[in-house]
Design a protein around this ligand. Sequence first.
Ligand SMILES: *[C@@H]1O[C@H](CO)[C@@H](O)[C@H](O)[C@H]1NC(C)=O
Ligand SMILES: *[C@@H]1O[C@H](CO)[C@@H](O)[C@H](O)[C@H]1NC(C)=O
Ligand SMILES: *[C@@H]1O[C@H](CO)[C@@H](O)[C@H](O)[C@H]1NC(C)=O
Ligand SMILES: *[C@@H]1O[C@H](CO)[C@@H](O)[C@H](O)[C@H]1NC(C)=O
Ligand SMILES: *[C@@H]1O[C@H](CO)[C@@H](O)[C@H](O)[C@H]1NC(C)=O
Ligand SMILES: *[C@@H]1O[C@H](CO)[C@@H](O)[C@H](O)[C@H]1NC(C)=O
Ligand SMILES: *[C@@H]1O[C@H](CO)[C@@H](O)[C@H](O)[C@H]1NC(C)=O
Ligand SMILES: *[C@@H]1O[C@H](CO)[C@@H](O)[C@H](O)[C@H]1NC(C)=O
Length: 907
Amino acid sequence: MKLSIGLFSLVGILVSSIMGQQRPGSADFIVSTCKRSLLQLDLPSEYVLNKNVTFTAIDQYGSSYAIGDQLAIQCGYRTSPDLWGNITFRASLLSCFAQILDDQSTITLRIDIFPTWDKSASVSYLKQVTCPYAWDAREILCEMNYMEVSVRRKIPMIAESALQDEPEDWVAAFPEAVAGLVSIWQVVFHLPSTRKAMLVRDAQKIGYGINITESRMLLRSPYKTAETQLLNIGGVNFSSVRSTILYKQRWLILMIDAAVACPVDDVKFTKQLITWSVPKVILPLLIGASRLKNSRIAFGVDLRTLNSAEIANRKYGLVDNYLDTTVTVPVGAQGGYYKSHVSNGNYGITYSINVFLEHEWDDSMWGVTKHTIIKEITTPFDAQPPLIINGTIPTTKTFNVTIGPFPPDVQLINVTVGTETLTIPQLAARNYNLTTITYPNGSVAYRITVPFSDKNVKIEYIGETTRAYVLIVTFGFKIIPNNENFTCTTTIVSLVQDAVLPEPSGYCDENALNVIVKRGNVDTNWVPFVKNTLLTPGTAQTSGLVFTANSTHYTITANRYSDSVMYEDTSNSGIDCDTPPYTWLIVPMGNPWSTFSVSCSLPYLKKLIDCFANGTIAVTVLKLSTVPDMELSQLVLRDKSCRPVFYTSSAAKFVFPVNACLTTRKFTQTMMIYENDVYYYRPGVTEAAFKLHVACNYTTNETLILQYGFETPPTPSAQSAFGTIELVLRLSKDSSYSTFYGDSEYPVVKYLMDPLYFEVGLLYSVDPQLELFLDNCWATASPDKPAFQSGMVVVNSCEFIETFQTIFHPVVADSRVKYPSHLKRFEVKMFTFMNAGRAYLGEIYFHCSVIICNAVQLYSDPLCTKSCIPARQRSGRSAELDTDRHQYVSSGALLLKSDVPSSFRKY
Ligand SMILES: *[C@@H]1O[C@H](CO)[C@@H](O)[C@H](O)[C@H]1NC(C)=O
Ligand SMILES: *[C@@H]1O[C@H](CO)[C@@H](O)[C@H](O)[C@H]1NC(C)=O
Ligand SMILES: *[C@@H]1O[C@H](CO)[C@@H](O)[C@H](O)[C@H]1NC(C)=O
Ligand SMILES: *[C@@H]1O[C@H](CO)[C@@H](O)[C@H](O)[C@H]1NC(C)=O
Ligand SMILES: *[C@@H]1O[C@H](CO)[C@@H](O)[C@H](O)[C@H]1NC(C)=O
Ligand SMILES: *[C@@H]1O[C@H](CO)[C@@H](O)[C@H](O)[C@H]1NC(C)=O
Ligand SMILES: *[C@@H]1O[C@H](CO)[C@@H](O)[C@H](O)[C@H]1NC(C)=O
Ligand SMILES: *[C@@H]1O[C@H](CO)[C@@H](O)[C@H](O)[C@H]1NC(C)=O
């Protein structure tokens, strides 16, 4: 052993003399195992996770050599952390600083563990392990980071001091050797078309490990050097080095052929299967060999050979034939492990397994060769969208979401429900129930339950009676130990038929339209609008609207002149008392499918037209939905100087006397009608955009019809109302007709044959064009008009001279009488009725039937001729005409003074 010392000059290898500041502790947790031609140390992740771990080799003299990547390749070390954080360290039994005997190696290592941020806090452990091993004649090891070949050497090594340089011998054997310094030891690399010789120490400088032990010669090579060749063997690429190592011993030049070849792209993946195929006949290793015999294959995981039962049990496949050996490992099979990763924000997994394949054979040239290939296999990233299971049962009113399973390296960090992010401890404090489900294989799934009533659950109204409960939940995960983060968001929607809609109702009162909305449970989806105005409490008063809201109801009140009230004409057939214009208050509730309106027919509201008995007409004109641009301030009557006395944006009011503003009067067979029109002219347009016909109708049966109608082309329509006209039959105290008996003076007592001065008049009217005519006047013994005993006083507008010596008196204007045509006067003599020869001493009443005529067009109306017409010439009058146009008036009671002589005229 000591013979090898000094053969090497370790150039480029850091010789470290630093010892850990802390005393080496118990290294029991570091598991060391002799595995084939390797020593393996296992450092569990719990001791080394997120720590800096360094390995240092210590030689037999106590010198330490820090193992970096470069030294590891050259000297036969491999540090391989798995994805969980466990660290596996392997050292070749032929590694540089091992103490090697023929059948055993002793390896001494120092392991320093320290936090990444503080090297001074390191803890050092010493591990010295001796591994026995029975070497084959040739052993080839394909480690992950180096290739190693060792060959048994039959001739024992001699001391360096005994060697002499005899260059001439070299020249004879290998011309290449001449170029180099005279050396006892050289290596010749066989390249495809040439050879390359160098001194062993030069080869070591460029990364080769070449050494000689008592019984073996070894060459260690990186996978890629200038001297390695990439060879395709049986469809698989191999990295290969062929070399001859020469050294001179006494008079002999010894040559040892060292060839090594290791596959580099021999593993193929599908999503389900790993296939590893290695050719058996690797020609660079068989140069000079005639045949291959006693071929034996061993396959295993983590350097432990598996028997065929174990292989079958784990569902691996091993197919060995003359040409190659093919191993298949299903992704996920026992022996390997899954690891989670995040790639571009996506979650995915890899599967890793450490396998080896060992091929042992005999050949005529080399004897027994053992070719061992170690493969740390990791499948490519396989994106695996997390599985989310919606276990929500709507009737439980609780969301139930399960995410997973995940490999155990995935940890739930936080959960965002709606907009609120909670850590795991915070979740428990809320009414979210997080359950961790652990499966036998170590996978975990997480289940969260969230009540529908939670504030982070959104409730959306879908329509009809359905509400959607929406849970948006984001799970935040961390992958250990690499601390990659990913999130997974899911939206769960559960439809439940539990919507209670707002329930509107409405009513009208004299001045306003009212909408009352009973709130449901979907209020947040409902916003009350009136037209385009969003209603919020207290903001809408200016437009004639009052909006209030309490916990149970909304109330919207619109006064009749509010902008929000629309008038609509529903009648189109002229005057029709039963189908008045309607007013509408439309309240769309914010969603297109829900518009609510209250409508009132106008009689519910104050009358729009008033025809006063004194001949004044008051008309309210409303803005109609059909003429939206109508400027109510610009409305006029027939006389364009007559304008509204006031207006708002939705209504205008005119007040005018019947004898003004070009008001006309006409008579039909049953009525006397004052008429005017309200017009709207758009600026600069001579044709009216709007015409409203206004009429006040007086009927002779004491009924005044107020007619209100408008014409908005093309459908004219009208509206009517009713009122009374006032007539009076009074008794004057004398022929001057200046003072009359008042109500309290009746019954008036008169002597027989006393003159009675009666006056019939139209009260209040200011229309000079009216003329009142007496048709018939008569006396009765009762206040009812057609009484049993009656005496005619005026017949067919003629004085009835025969019975009561009736005399008409002309009426002239004076301070009391403004319109003489409104009055008629006549005089009769006091009388009484005779009954069975006795004078009737009870109350007597006078009655007249009256016709009101147009004074300027009397002759167009057969009823209105000025003078009396004899009965036979008036036969053209029909009975119904007589009754229709007539209006009746009665006097108060008169009494005959009883001390009267009994000489009477008989009636
Ligand atoms: C790796 O570490 C994990 C966690 O510390 C442990 O459960 C597992 O058995 C280790 N695996 C190996 C191969 O050492
Ligand atoms: C170990 O620590 C050093 C600093 O002391 C740092 O530069 C290096 O990256 C660390 N190595 C690992 C593997 O964490
Ligand atoms: C060669 O092997 C000897 C004996 O094992 C050892 O002491 C020496 O360090 C090795 N040199 C190299 C360069 O590997
Ligand atoms: C949640 O759903 C799963 C099925 O996905 C069910 O097994 C579990 O009992 C449910 N949990 C609750 C609390 O409803
Ligand atoms: C959480 O879930 C468990 C099991 O499903 C149940 O026993 C427990 O009552 C639940 N807790 C709450 C607050 O819902
Ligand atoms: C929640 O967890 C995710 C993933 O780990 C992380 O990216 C995110 O920052 C966390 N959110 C909060 C508020 O902590
Ligand atoms: C994961 O999130 C944590 C905080 O939540 C952050 O400190 C860390 O850097 C993140 N890691 C990655 C890989 O994004
Ligand atoms: C979740 O499950 C509930 C109950 O079965 C169902 O109503 C809902 O539609 C589901 N949601 C999704 C997004 O699958």
